[in-house]
Design a binder for this molecule. Structure first.
Ligand code: TYD
Ligand code: MG
Length: 459
């Protein structure tokens, strides 16, 4: 018998090393390495012999993908137009964010369409799942439930029945296999169980959804080890203290990534938010200084968001910079550009920046809205009402055009905004009734807001 070797796998990213160390070289996580037994290579790999494969041409005919629409539009949008049969998805997110709620809702709508849906809960007893379904008024839906954690038993059950359209495994971290020696929840267990379930999806044509908890302390094997094995990775995010939740596609082999779906957690489960811009600019107080509306994009969808800044005289030697929902180094850059190119100084001021509603902005196009909010708070005058901002700011102080100008403008138009401040370089505005204020440099923005101050002073 081959001697089994010990190796160490990172519970966060799945990287394997031969010796233990305090910090994972691959992802930089501390104390995430866990001992496991290395599996021996399959026999064919050791002998070096293999089967001869038939190679195919790229131009061959393939059947078009037939997708399963759940009827929950926000979910269907994120999956790229419905679940693809034979594919595996990972739905990740913090505990308590609403993964089980969303999936039982999706399971129930599909079951009502006559699909065969199996929901395997490794965390909750059948009664708990039933209670939730009762609360969500989904009890009439014919979803097949199991409370089980052994992957061999789950697969044997699935294979013994008629073909299943959708299998939900909640959660992958609780599932274990007889074929790996380590304890449930370890990297080897999660990886081996996920592999078996994914193989089942490909072989049977069922869609398999794996739920994974994101843990910050690395105690349970992170779903990251599964990320590269599945066809699509959806992350459910949001502040548990806030009402709404974002479902974001971070990887999708069958559709666009970065697509988002917006939901609101209500007493009756997750409700779709059809017009998310309303949510993120909701209770806007346009008369107070320090806010600007950013006309942003999330995936292929426009989203207007309020950016808030507070610039206050500092009482500390080193002024504070605090950011929620944006990249702090990007804020430092905008402050430096305002200082160096426009003469707006922040050295004696604390700067706080917040993106409304707990949203995280990743687009450089938000630069101009951030700058507008900062200048407005610094000058103590509100940005003009009913105005949206977007554009990337370069280190030279130039305002650079960004993609999808027409879609951003159309959304602002639709929501009743009257004016847009945008980069001068672009020329794909489309048909809008907004008045367009094209600027070439950040200095132009500072001048416009200064003019506003002068107007206020003289009136
Ligand atoms: P859950 O789906 O269990 O989260 P996860 O599976 O991601 O861990 O959701 C848990 C939270 O959602 C819980 O704190 C209660 C809340 N919730 C509602 O507010 N309304 C509802 O109708 C349901 C079912 C849950
Ligand atoms: Mg759950």
């Amino acid at each position: 018998m081959a001697k089994s070797r010990a190796q160490y796998a990172c519970t966060n990213c799945g990287a394997v090393t031969s010796r233990w160390q305090g910090r994972c070289d691959s992802c930089g996580g501390w104390n995430t390495l866990q001992e496991e037994q290395a599996a021996d290579a399959p026999k064919s790999m050791r002998t070096g012999k293999g089967r001869i494969l038939e190679l195919s041409a790229l131009s061959g005919d393939s059947e078009p993908l037939e997708r399963i629409l759940t009827g929950i539009d926000e979910l269907d949008r994120v999956t790229g137009g419905g679940f693809v049969p034979g594919s595996a998805l990972l739905v990740g997110g913090d505990p308590g964010i609403g993964k089980s709620t969303l999936l039982i809702q999706a399971a129930a709508t599909l079951a009502r369409q006559g699909k065969r849906v199996v929901y395997v809960s490794g965390e909750e007893a059948i009664d708990q799942v039933r209670m939730r379904a009762d609360r969500l008024a989904l009890k009439d839906a014919d979803v097949l439930l199991a409370a089980e954690t052994n992957v061999e038993d789950i697969l044997a059950t699935l294979k013994s029945g008629p073909p299943t359209d959708l299998v939900i495994i909640d959660s992958i971290q609780t599932i274990w296999t007889d074929r790996a020696e380590s304890a449930p929840g370890t990297v080897t267990q999660v990886r081996t169980s996920a592999q078996a379930l994914i193989r089942y999806a490909k072989a049977s044509g069922s869609t398999v959804v794996l739920v994974g908890h994101v843990t910050k302390d690395g105690q349970i094997a992170g779903p990251r080890v599964v990320e590269h094995m599945v066809d699509a990775v959806l992350y459910f995010e949001g502040d548990t203290g806030l009402q709404f939740r974002l479902l974001r596609a971070v990887k999708n082999r069958f559709g666009p990534a970065a697509e988002i779906g917006v939901f609101e957690m209500t007493g009756k489960g997750l409700a779709e938010v059809a017009n998310p811009s309303d949510l993120f600019i909701g209770e806007r107080d346009s008369s107070s200084p320090g806010t600007a509306i950013f006309a942003g994009m999330e995936g292929t969808r426009p989203l207007l968001v309020e950016v808030q800044a507070l610039v206050a005289e500092t009482s500390l030697g080193t002024p504070r910079r605090a950011v929620v929902g944006w990249d702090p180094s990007r804020l430092a850059m905008i402050l430096a550009v305002l200082d160096a190119r426009c003469g707006v100084r922040f050295g004696q001021f604390d700067v706080y920046l917040n993106v409304a509603g707990g949203l995280r902005l990743g687009e450089p196009a938000a630069d101009l809205a951030v700058a507008a909010a900062l200048i407005s708070s610094r000058a103590g005058v509100a940005t003009p009402a009913e105005t949206v901002y977007f554009g990337e700011v370069s280190l030279s102080g130039a305002v650079r055009p960004v993609a999808q100008t027409a879609i951003r403008l159309r959304e602002a138009d639709k929501l009743g905004f009257a004016r847009a401040v945008l980069p001068a370089g672009g020329n794909d505005e489309g048909q809008v009734t907004l008045s367009l204020d094209k600027i070439a440099t950040l200095g132009d923005l500072v001048a416009a807001i200064a003019a506003e101050t002068a107007g206020k002073a003289s009136s």
